[in-house]
Design a protein around this ligand. Structure first.
Ligand code: SF4
Length: 402
């Protein structure tokens, strides 16, 4: 994204064992409906663009700085789409296309144009590109609009220069603001930005300033992630050496409460744990991961879901390129059991503001949380309260089937 995890926009399926912090970075994604798993004849396409100019200190995504491979990779993506033309049922309309990464804004105009020409752009209502603020130019913005891209997701992360430098981001605060304004002037009326909080050394006041600055920019959508220091990242190594520490949990909770309150006061709907939107600007693509929509994931490391199984491509650029060149999609597949689907439904439903249908089985396990005010029952839906969101993964784990 400049931000997203490998797969589909920004949602990572967490197993019962792997459920940890409720608002960790890179914590979304999956498929079954919070309202019972019904299909809606709508599908999405996620395209993973793994290239980044530099690596951010917190990044655990599959990405590479092997920029010379970009054109070859786009050719492989087009071929993969052709190889998998029957993955989505014929009666499914592709409603959303999401170019995530990595840094899709590092793809040249001509490569992007030929990629989009190969995809069902005309069907799609929402076409998103993730962009690094440093890559934003008037020419690029114009070209993206001409190609049909109508949603921009920028990995701003912070408006504080020291924080941006600490995170090894390429942009500074001024560049971030300029990029947003340029996008607005270019006619993008659906702009999302990402912000991170609970960063080592970040104060509550700095976070408040980030929120206020974000609000002053007039963007339609804000995704906000609590930092989770993941193995293999630069931050992880620094923590091992004792140079950085995790933010205090209480401070992280206060920052999250501040975010929620301030954005809701400003008219944003808190529609998912990490996502806020002005009316009419909920991300259709990311929402599809929570409501059972089928999706095809193209590219190295991308995940796909067809209603009964999940499959994921190899997260290795040379292997991906060589396999696609040979006409084979390098992927693994997992058939979803009834228990898998049930557990995903619990996990994903409880992350959304609509919650999950309160079945007898769920109600039995949910009672202690309802009594303690962590869950509430509204119109037959179990919904996490603010207090519940602070311990959401514990609740989810308890409500899942063994
Ligand atoms: S290195 Fe930075 S820009 Fe690239 S995917 Fe990771 S977080 Fe995004």
């Amino acid at each position: 994204m400049d931000e997203a995890p490998v797969g589909r926009g920004k949602v990572k399926v967490e197993s019962r064992k792997s459920v940890r912090r409720s608002r960790s970075v890179f914590c979304q994604r999956s498929g079954l409906s919070a309202k019972g798993g019904q299909q809606n004849n709508m599908a999405g396409i996620y395209v993973h663009i793994p290239f980044c100019k530099t690596r951010c200190a917190y990044c655990a995504f599959f990405s590479t700085t092997a920029l010379p491979m970009r054109s070859r990779y786009v050719t492989a993506l087009i071929k993969e789409y052709a190889l998998r033309s029957d993955y989505l049922p014929k009666d499914e309309t592709v409603r959303t296309i999401y170019l995530g990464g990595g840094t899709p804004s590092q793809i040249s105009k001509s490569d992007l144009a030929r990629l989009l020409q190969a995809l069902p752009v005309k069907q799609a209502e929402e076409i998103t590109i993730e962009a690094n603020p440093s890559d934003i130019t008037a020419r690029r913005l114009r070209a993206w609009r001409e190609m049909g891209i109508n949603r921009l997701s920028m990995g701003i992360q912070s408006f504080n220069d020291a924080t941006l430098s600490f995170l090894h981001r390429r942009h500074n605060s001024r560049r971030a603001k300029t990029a947003i304004r340029m996008a607005q002037e270019a006619g993008f009326s659906n702009i999302s930005i990402d912000l991170m909080y609970a960063l080592p050394g970040q104060t509550y006041e700095q976070w408040q300033t980030d929120i206020e600055t974000a609000l002053s920019m007039g963007v339609q959508h804000i995704s906000s992630y609590c930092l989770s220091i993941e193995p293999g990242t630069a931050l992880w190594r620094q923590r091992v050496k004792g140079r950085v520490q995790d933010a205090d949990d209480d401070l992280a909770n206060e920052m999250y409460a501040c975010l929620r309150q301030r954005l809701q006061d400003a008219g944003y709907t808190h529609y998912e744990v990490s996502n806020f939107a002005l009316p009419g600007y909920v991300s259709k693509h990311n929402s599809s991961y929570w409501d059972g929509t089928l999706y095809l994931g193209l590219g190295a490391g991308a995940h796909s879901y067809n209603g009964t199984s999940r499959q994921w491509n190899v997260a290795n650029l040379p292997k991906y390129l060589s396999s696609i060149h040979d006409g084979k999609v390098p992927c693994k597949r997992e058939m979803l059991t009834v228990t898998d689907r049930y557990n995903e439904q619990v996990m994903l439903g409880l992350r959304t503001c609509q919650g999950i249908a309160a079945t007898d089985e769920l109600m039995h396990k949910a009672q202690p949380y309802i009594h303690s005010g962590k869950l509430r029952l509204t119109n037959g839906q179990l919904i996490a309260t603010q207090e519940g969101i602070n311990i959401l993964n514990t609740i989810i784990t308890d409500l899942m089937r063994e």
